[in-house]
Design a protein around this ligand. Structure first.
Ligand code: IPD
Ligand code: CA
Ligand code: CA
Length: 267
């Protein structure tokens, strides 16, 4: 199943790279405030879904651009972000990726994040580790925030939690060596798995932004939680992830800035 996901991610990557030098000719639609989609996102997702369903016709699909199909009929669900980092792509800023995850009975079992510009293929299989171009990945051993390089995403669509977010940013910025906002959550998570980032946090993500990346981090030995340290990151869309030694210090600095809106109220 991982091989099929890799084939689909590479095929989508080819579509994206071919379109890179004709971005000005693309049809671009605004889905909601600051949320854009182009023909390339749709074509790439179409190609991924075709490849997956050809191999596994009974599996269900949850794709960012085409929505859900067959969720009630299968225990297997492919969660797809055909182009994570659309805004970067549309600006020719070369930081974006294809993200494909396979859930079985609600748990992520396989994950692929593919950066078609650098041709970096991040893969993870539950229980079997994470790899970059077939080389095993480990998170860093960074102990505290001092000297740490963190990744984040600045809330730009729903800005209702901008103030608490800026509080968190300020708190973490004081101690960390640096914070980067690169523009693709899937790659940010892959970079935590690869030890390029010591940690990463973001508010307001969707399942397809993070599913494959979550498994990459976990299989590389990292910790993934919601903002309160629980495991409701898919439900809340809020995520904090780091190596096991850095995760708690990050949560402690985030905690004072939690508002009611940011707390998990589910069961
Ligand atoms: C976005 C990217 C970005 C994150 C946004 C996502 P998209 O995905 O992952 O880094 O901050 O919240 O929506 O829209 O480019 O697929
Ligand atoms: Ca995305
Ligand atoms: Ca996308």
């Amino acid at each position: 199943m991982l091989n099929i996901a890799v084939r689909a991610a590479r095929a989508a990557g080819d579509i994206i790279v071919r379109a890179m030098d004709r971005v000005d000719l693309l049809n671009i639609t605004v889905k909601s405030r600051n949320d854009f989609v182009s023909d390339v996102d749709r074509q790439a997702e179409h190609e991924i879904v075709n490849i997956l369903l050809r191999a596994y016709p009974s599996h269900a699909i949850l794709g960012e651009e085409h929505g859900a199909q067959g969720l009630a009929q299968s225990d297997y669900v492919w969660v797809i972000d055909p182009l994570d980092g659309t805004t970067n792509f549309l600006h020719g800023f070369p930081q974006f990726a294809v993200s494909i995850a396979l859930f079985y009975r609600g748990k992520v079992e396989r994950g692929v994040v593919y950066d078609p510009v650098r041709q970096e293929l991040f893969t993870a299989e539950r229980g079997a580790g994470a790899a970059l171009n077939n080389r095993r990945l480990r998170v860093t051993k960074q102990k505290g925030l001092s000297g740490a390089l963190l990744g984040t995403g600045i809330p730009f669509k729903d800005q209702s939690y901008l103030d608490p977010y800026l509080g968190m940013l300020k708190a973490l910025l004081k101690d960390a060596a640096g914070i980067r906002r690169a523009g693709s959550a899937a790659l940010d998570l892959a970079y935590v798995a690869a030890g390029r980032f010591d940690g990463f946090w973001e508010i307001g993500l969707q399942k397809w932004d993070m599913a494959a990346g979550v498994l990459l981090v976990q299989e590389a030995g990292g910790i993934v939680s919601d903002l309160e340290g629980g495991d409701a990151y898919f439900e809340t869309g809020n995520i904090v992830t780091a190596n096991p030694k850095l995760h708690t210090p990050m949560l402690e600095l985030i905690k004072p800035h939690l508002t009611e809106q940011l707390r998990y109220r589910g069961g």
